[in-house]
Design a protein around this ligand. Sequence first.
Ligand SMILES: C[S@@+](CC[C@H](N)C(=O)[O-])C[C@H]1O[C@@H](n2cnc3c(N)ncnc32)[C@H](O)[C@@H]1O
Length: 282
Amino acid sequence: MIQLVSLSSALAGDTAMAKKRKSAKERLMGARFRMLNEELYRSSSEDNQTLFEKDPEAFAAYHQGFRAQVQRWDQHPAMMMVSKLKDICKMKIHRDKPEPLTVVDLGCGEALIAKEIYRDSPANQDQGDSLDVRQKQFKGKGKKKTQPKKPIVIRSFDLVADNEYAEVGNIAALNLESNSQDVAIFSLSLMGNDHPLFIQEAARILKKDTGIMLVSEVGSRITSQKMFVKMVEGYGFKLDTTPRDMNYFVFFEFKRTDAEDTVPDEQTIAAGRLGICEYKPR
Ligand SMILES: C[S@@+](CC[C@H](N)C(=O)[O-])C[C@H]1O[C@@H](n2cnc3c(N)ncnc32)[C@H](O)[C@@H]1O
């Protein structure tokens, strides 16, 4: 009997120790995520590129922390982008054109948008397994209500290519033709102290007059929605719908105007630029 009691208390001690170790590990991971997060917001895109080149594990560490953070939100902004893309496919201007909708996911992270769009796509099977997934087109058969009939080609860029859907590219300067894309997406990815350059780059690659830019950003980063919109419009965009406040993040939809490539003045950039997003320890 005495032996049984001591065995069970030893087991309880082991479990308590394992719990302590787990929570210490989680605290360390959380601290690393917050440190990387702050660095990514405070540095230039070039410095951020160097950071990941020198420490390739930092990307995985960052995204592990980011995933834990997003789990606390009601909705993942990337999933909101997916449903928006499906709506765009149904717009008359795109629906009736035979060519695929060209989409760029800028600062794609784990490329959740491409994964979700290509998931279960019949075209993936039709086009054979030997084809590089990045060249595949999403082509729903339109049987399910959620599947658009319109083919979509998504290219997903980040400083590190985390999986087969992603490509390495600094979104401040991409190797893409001007005036070539239908939709540009920034899902919480206007990071870096030079993030206005990302908007300028999106304006360059989007098709003039019809291009659409979708932006979601953490609400606490936006000092003034009005000034942020004014800055973005200064790059050749027009706010298309009223920004949607989704609790933790705000969702914006802009249309590329037919204006030639242009930049707002320094004052407008200074007033519109986003602040730093700091996540609190749990
Ligand atoms: C907060 S995460 C969001 C990831 C993804 N868009 C999502 O919603 O799950 C921001 C991402 O932007 C990327 N990023 C930041 N600056 C970048 C740059 N200059 N070029 C490419 N990607 C960048 C980061 O590496 C990170 O993966």
